[in-house]
Design a protein around this ligand. Structure first.
Ligand code: PMP
Length: 347
């Protein structure tokens, strides 16, 4: 295996990791500091994240017993694999997608089955499509299986066709993990249909629209029996005191959240329109806070040229993505600089 080392490249504009360019509002930080000052750091903090699960219950509409909190969505993915995969079990991954599924499934000794997704033409543009027939060929009653669906998909950017995802969910006997890390940017979810699907678990994170990537908080929503399995494999005190309190406090900021959603949606529309008009670049639709672009020129050249201007983007390693770059939405000023830089480089 090749160690996964996210880039630490020095840059002025960091667009490589799909973070929010906006920090948590100062007034929220002050509330967090105040609460932290009253806490004891010498004692372990709540291992079951009760207060945060109550807040998440209000936010998601699920019962607290249906919610499990982890140190980032990454830990949720790992715990799902520890609970439901491992030696003798299959992990089915439509690919390319978020790399952690394959990495953790491999580390846990699972049998990894990657099924390619395909580019198809739609209207004037191109989208990425699940090959549900090929995925279903791997479905079996004989083994325990775990299927990951990233919705919207990272790194391609958009949702897969909802009917196709539902078809997979309905035909599968194993556990389906629907990764909704980018939920708030697009709004589509399977979380409101979980009563129909006790074998589906939704993964979410505070690292994206909630601006808490540095504090590592993610959560899972699912049937109580499924969620209980995660408690068997979890690290005892997996989410720090600081992280739990910060997540509770940011969830109170409902107006701020709505404002963030509006800002990202506006920036995404504007960026897409600009990108559509740049020659030598094909941009895929996005329901998230990032875009995947196909380039005519060598992507290493474009990547290096952007870096010379202080903009850090992401090169994905999958073969099918070999001439693509992924970058996330920044502030309006950063987006303008990205567009003018791309024009300069690609013209
Ligand atoms: N799922 C997806 C689809 C992601 O893109 C990411 C992070 N980029 C994660 C999960 C992990 O998020 P976290 O920071 O909460 O571990």
């Amino acid at each position: 295996m090749i160690p996964y080392m996210p880039s630490q490249e020095a840059c002025k504009i960091k667009l490589d990791a799909n973070e929010s360019p906006y920090d948590v509002p100062l007034k929220v930080k002050e509330r967090i500091w105040k609460r932290l000052q009253e806490e004891h750091f010498n004692y372990y903090y709540d291992p079951s994240c009760d207060e945060l699960r109550e807040s998440l219950s209000k936010y998601t509409g699920a019962k607290p017993q249906q919610i499990f909190v982890g140190s980032g969505a990454d830990e949720i993915i790992l715990d799902l694999i520890l609970a439901f995969a491992g030696p003798g079990r299959d992990v089915i991954i439509p690919s390319p997608t978020f790399s952690s599924y394959e990495i953790f499934a491999t580390v846990a000794g699972s049998n990894v089955i990657k099924v390619p997704i395909h580019r198809i033409k739609q209207g004037n543009g191109w989208i990425w499509d699940l090959d549900i027939n090929q995925i279903k060929e791997h479905f079996t009653q004989d083994k325990d299986q775990l299927l990951f669906i990233c919705y919207p998909n990272n790194p391609t950017g958009d949702y897969f066709d909802e009917e196709k995802v539902l078809d997979l969910i309905n035909s599968f006997n194993g556990i389906v993990a629907v990764d909704e890390a980018y939920f708030e940017f697009g709004g589509k979810t399977f979380a409101d249909r979980l009563h129909q699907f006790p074998h589906v678990v939704v993964i979410r994170t505070f690292s994206k629209i909630f601006s808490l990537a540095g504090l590592r908080v993610g959560y899972a929503i699912g049937h109580e029996d499924l969620i209980n399995q995660l408690y068997k494999v979890k690290l005892p005190y997996n989410v720090s005191l600081f992280s739990q309190i910060a997540a509770v406090e940011i969830l109170k900021e409902t107006d701020w959240l709505e404002d963030m959603k509006r800002q990202f949606a506006k920036a995404r529309d504007e960026l897409k329109e600009e990108l559509d008009n740049i020659k030598g670049l094909r941009v895929y639709p996005s329901a998230a806070n990032f875009f995947l672009c196909e380039l005519e020129k060598s992507r290493d050249f474009v990547y290096e040229e952007l870096l010379k201007r202080g903009i850090l983007t992401r090169r994905l390693s999958d073969d099918i993505l070999k001439n693509t770059l992924r970058f996330c939405i920044g502030t309006p000023e950063q987006n303008r600089f990205l567009i003018s830089s791309l024009r300069e480089i690609l013209d």
